[in-house]
Design a protein around this ligand. Structure first.
Ligand code: MN
Length: 260
């Protein structure tokens, strides 16, 4: 798998004593949803041993919640750490954290409307990050949120031509956020993609259907020229489908919990 080529080495957390973090803990339901999101994304094949999903802190908009450095499929609420927008862990208590937390930090800083972020190396999407002249775009109604062309972050523009392709600091994270702009999906050349949402469930839904859309687009392109959604169709389908997110979430959550 492509993702096996990419390594997210652990970073030791810089722990900052923060009384406010303890006095205003995140909502228990949000932490539970974020743990479920990790497990769902694993079951749906969006993440494997790597990749991560975050949520903006419900009481501190300048903070976000992200699991400690571990495989997403194993995350529980107790594994979730609070970070500030500089990527500093506030309550890691010595636990290792994800190296690429700066993707989340800088998108939350740049986009007040974003409440959740998924970063993955989902394998059907990666080819579109390296193809020249073929935009990744919505080709079916479930992928309408992708729009008519997902932008591609080129790390060489910031880090030169000998980087490890990982988003290992705030400058690189800000670069990803800038290329994302006001969109919902950004591809990262030779690495993966990052998807945002206005809530955890929406971000998870979009991450799953970003992967599905990539499979469909690639398969169609093998058969012949393709007809993609227009900008108007993308907007309309995204708005309509967004009302149905809970239906998929409820199913995927039960599946991830082994109840069906
Ligand atoms: Mn990565």
């Amino acid at each position: 798998m492509c993702s096996s080529l990419f390594d997210d080495p652990a970073a030791v957390a810089e722990t900052i004593s923060d009384e406010a973090a303890n006095s205003k803990p995140a909502d228990v339901a949000l932490l539970a949803d974020l743990a479920s999101a990790n497990r769902i994304l694993f079951k749906q094949g969006v993440v494997d041993g790597f990749g991560h999903v975050s949520a903006r802190h419900d009481k501190h908009p300048d903070r976000f919640l992200l699991a400690r450095n571990m495989a997403p499929g194993l995350v529980t609420a107790d594994d979730i750490v609070t970070f500030d927008l500089d990527g500093r862990a506030l309550n890691a208590n010595g636990r290792a954290v994800y190296l690429e937390r700066f993707i989340h930090a800088e998108i939350f800083r740049a986009r007040p409307d974003v409440m959740a972020v998924v970063h993955s190396h989902s394998v059907a999407v990666v080819p579109f990050s390296i193809l020249k002249g073929v935009p990744f775009r919505a080709v079916c109604h479930m992928g309408g949120f992708i729009g008519i062309c997902a932008p591609i972050f080129e790390i060489r523009d910031i880090a030169g031509d000998a980087s490890d392709l990982l988003i290992r600091n705030s400058e690189l994270g800000a670069g990803v956020a800038k290329v994302l702009g006001d969109g919902n999906v950004v591809l990262m050349r030779g690495h993966g993609s990052t998807v945002v949402g206005d809530r955890v469930k929406q971000a998870v839904f979009r991450a799953v259907y970003t992967e599905n859309n990539a499979k469909l687009q690639a398969e169609a392109m093998r058969l012949g020229p393709i007809e993609a959604l227009t900008a108007g169709e993308s907007e309309t389908t995204a708005r309509v489908i967004d009302t149905q997110v809970d239906r998929a979430w409820d199913l995927w959550k039960m599946q991830a919990e082994g109840r069906i």
